[in-house]
Ligand binder design. Structure first.
Ligand code: TYC
Length: 101
């Protein structure tokens, strides 16, 4: 009598998904001074004057502009802090976040 044994062939593959990144989006409004938007972008997102200017002018012309991407917590706290900088001066400046596709 012969015994043919075979090893189980099930392979367990462990896949670790990267956390989804979240975009911080700058929204245009009619009241916040352009120069103040540039100041906030430089302070909170460590942008150069030139980078900050182009992000501001893109939001001004198109209604919104993606500022940067971060993990969810970092994106949310930066958006909140940047929005609060506007609030502290009485401006309606608004930063939102959304998950990247
Ligand atoms: N639209 C504003 C103005 O003309 C400037 C501005 C730009 C405000 C971008 C918000 O996200 C913004 N004073």
């Amino acid at each position: 009598m012969s015994h043919i044994t075979s090893k189980p062939r099930t392979k367990v593959e462990v896949k670790t998904e990267r956390p989804r990144l979240h975009k911080v989006i700058l929204l245009n409004d009619d009241y916040t001074p352009r120069e103040f938007v540039v100041t906030v972008l430089k302070a909170e997102f460590r942008m150069s004057e030139e980078q900050a200017y182009w992000v501001m002018i893109t939001a001004h012309k198109r209604g919104a502009c993606v500022v940067a991407v971060f993990t969810k917590d970092v994106a949310e706290s930066k958006a909140t802090r940047a929005t609060e900088m506007g609030r502290s001066k009485g401006y309606p400046l608004l930063f939102t976040t959304e998950p990247e596709e």
